[in-house]
Design a protein around this ligand. Sequence first.
Ligand code: FAD
Length: 470
Amino acid sequence: PLHVVWLRHDLRYHDNQALYAASLAAQADNGRVVAVFIATAQSWQQHDMAPIRQDLLRRRVVALTTELSTLNIPLWAVEGTDYQHCVTVFQQLLSMGMVALYAQQEYELREARRDSAVTQLLSQFNCPVHWFDRLCVMPPGSVLTQQGDIYKVFTPFKRNWLAALAAKGVQCFPKPLAQQGEPIQPPDWPAMQPGDDSSIAWSVTEHDVLNKMRAFCQSKVHDYANDRDLPAIEGTSSLSAYLAIGVISAQQCVARLQLEANNALAVEKSGASVWLSELIWREFYKHILVAFPKLIKHHAFQADTDKIVWPNAPTLFEAWCKGETGYPIVDAAMRQLNNTGWMHNRLRMITASFLVKDLHIDWRWGERYFMSKLIDGDFAANNGGWQWAASTGTDAAPYFRIFNPVTQSERFDAKGDFIRRYIPALATKTAKEIHWPHKPITPRGYHAPVVDHNNARKVTLALFTAVKGK
Ligand code: FAD
């Protein structure tokens, strides 16, 4: 009997409940565990998944294959086409003696459809499917108001989430049991193709990623409350890409944080408690996504803001994408994204706000562009972040709160070190000049400002007041 684990965004063997449960079941009925990964490049493209994120997935699957082989668990990685292809893969596995499927649930619409098609197929053959809800420490639907409603505001959600943590604690699962037996041959299907190595700067072994997380919880986390807003330094954990594809789980992060910094967690605004808050934001947006499927269909959370008629000037959008707006902090940030596939959180907030409130471009254009470039692209976090910045989301920044990109730059990149790293044309500017280098004239090799912030601000207020409450 084959117990099949379908790996998707849980590409790890520690704290993987699906793998662990399958290994127990296989031991009980003298069966075998086989893990399967299905690369679906066409569906990934439909989701605008960045090439660097696709590469990270492929590289991680290769590394996990080696890691699981030490437990004699095969990982069969298939080159599929799109989500519909998954049904074919399971038809083949059924013919090989598959007796049960184990997988971690996913929340997005197309993924849910894919999973129900597979469940339907397997039910025709009386093959049970075991779904595990482990993308969050507190699964969606488990943190509710006293009236049983979903929280639409973060602070009370967080309070209740923390109460649940105090009551239930956090559970991590051991690695799956090692198994005995001769190698089993996979069906005759196309093996997963290698990636393009664009993510090579990111290690993909579970060992390295766990060490990175542990090291962060031991030391850097203590300065996180101060350092997290400074893009010139590495003050954050840089774990988002790994959390997004499940090389580590949020449960492992929380458990390690409690182990290393439990005293600090009791102190409000300590680095440890601020970092925990960020992990809770991750869950907040996932809970919201599950409760309001309209978000997946690209609607604004605040319905009235969907009525805004965005001017959407293509040349301004292009300047923003390329990092050529004439606003140094915005341009340096966009170049960081384009060059590395990652952008610092403070800069995501600044560039998102700039696109919407200075360039008057629909936030969905920016959301899509981010997704097509980010190594950590995650629908819930990206949509949540964009709708926050655009003042269209749940618990979003109020629409009249408009970041001034120059002031933000002076505050969070005071010496200009981050800007200098990405804009060589400004390398010789002093800390004072660099945030607004256009006086008396724009330096050679740099770009004149594409808009005037004060005028743009007034237009934004008019765009919002025209629809608010309507
Ligand atoms: P740390 O500061 O170390 O935080 C730890 C973890 O908490 C992160 O790895 C991430 O999983 C989670 N987290 C932190 N901040 C947030 C947040 N505001 N919302 C949700 N989760 C958070 N994050 C993504 O993972 N994928 C995205 O596609 C994404 N798009 C974003 C778009 C915009 C416009 C904005 C404003 C934010 C976006 N974020 C996204 C959230 C945040 O910017 C990144 O998670 C963070 O910068 C990743 O760096 P880190 O791992 O060093 O984070």
